[in-house]
Design a protein around this ligand. Structure first.
Ligand code: R5P
Length: 302
């Protein structure tokens, strides 16, 4: 591997960063990141980045603002130390759901975050399954938007019954569901939901036939687990077989998500390592690594 490349790990994804470095057969760059007692974040690069192509692995996952700030501090340190190019690898892009205004008194925070990243000197972004693909348009720098659908779909291919249907839990995920359905050679069902608040949604109707069929519910992310839990209830009410698999790219699993998902009908949950997940004693959950996808993208720079 080109020795003009340095890969730094922020504190959000140490495991994923290590797996990417192993795939590339390079050591991780030496650095430290820490928080002062008042909450301020600081980082220190412990090797030269002068004229090097720097990659910083940092999801802006919870604690979102701390991880975001740490990424910005990394980028600032690299720019001031004369890095040739700074690529932020943001496997999970926090604030992606704030991609539009719902009224004239709201910010578009995803756009604001993109502006700040460019201001501190980030030259390029690599990310996965953005909540809304148009977020790429908030950047003037190149954004390589990868997808975990192929890895998750291939992992599931031999595990699911032939009559499985792919369920999109809302209209925003139909395109992703169609990609899964193509890999699994099956059809798509769409659940219409209405958002009642930032945390509450209600299923209004199901478009497509689920009676006596096992279901694969897909989504870009699970946060509190509410969307999936309600989708499972709606599918069972519509006569689906109680054989449900869930596949998501980003498993935030916050609050009581694990409890919400401990439904008898959910046989397996697949999520990737874009977010560090504590899967201890959680036999339902399988983590699939996206490290090979990201490493492949970095290799293109050689
Ligand atoms: C919504 O549009 C997203 O794609 C997810 O379905 C949603 O954000 C998941 O959140 P939760 O797990 O809290 O229902």
């Amino acid at each position: 591997m080109n020795n003009n490349i340095i890969l730094f790990a922020g504190r959000a994804n140490p495991g994923l960063a290590k797996a990417i470095a192993q795939d590339l057969n390079i050591p991780l760059g030496n650095c430290t990141a820490q928080q002062f007692p008042d909450g301020e974040v600081t980082v220190q690069l412990q090797e030269s980045v002068r004229q090097k192509s720097v990659f910083i692995v940092q999801s802006t996952s919870p604690p979102v603002n701390d991880h975001l700030m740490e990424l910005l501090a990394f980028a600032d340190a690299c720019r001031r130390a004369a890095a040739r190019q700074i690529t932020a690898i943001i496997p999970y892009f926090g604030y992606a759901r704030a991609d539009k205004r719902h009224g004239c008194h709201e910010p578009i925070t995803a756009s604001m975050v993109a502006e700040i990243m460019q201001t501190v000197g980030i030259d390029r972004v690599i990310t996965l399954d953005l909540h809304a693909p148009q977020i790429e348009g908030f950047f003037r720098i190149p954004v390589d938007s990868l997808s975990a659908v192929s890895i998750l779909g291939e992992t599931l291919r031999d595990r699911l019954p032939a009559d499985v249907v792919v369920v999109s839990p809302d209209t925003g995920r139909v395109s992703m569901a169609t990609d899964y359905a193509q890999i699994l050679d099956t059809s798509v069902v769409v659940v219409h939901k209405q958002r009642q608040s930032g945390t509450q949604t209600q299923v209004t109707r199901i478009v497509g036939e689920v009676r006596d069929r096992p279901c694969l519910i897909i989504d870009d992310l699970i946060s509190t687990g509410g969307t999936i839990a309600k989708t499972v209830d709606a599918l069972l009410d519509a006569g689906a077989r109680p054989e449900i698999t869930v596949a998501v790219t980003h498993g935030l699993f916050i609050q009581d998500a694990r409890q919400q998902l401990s439904h008898d009908s959910i046989q397996q949950i697949l999520a990737t390592d874009t977010i560090s997940i504590n899967a201890e004693n959680w036999s339902q959950l399988q983590i699939v690594s996206v490290a090979p996808l990201i490493a492949q993208m970095i290799r293109k720079d050689e």
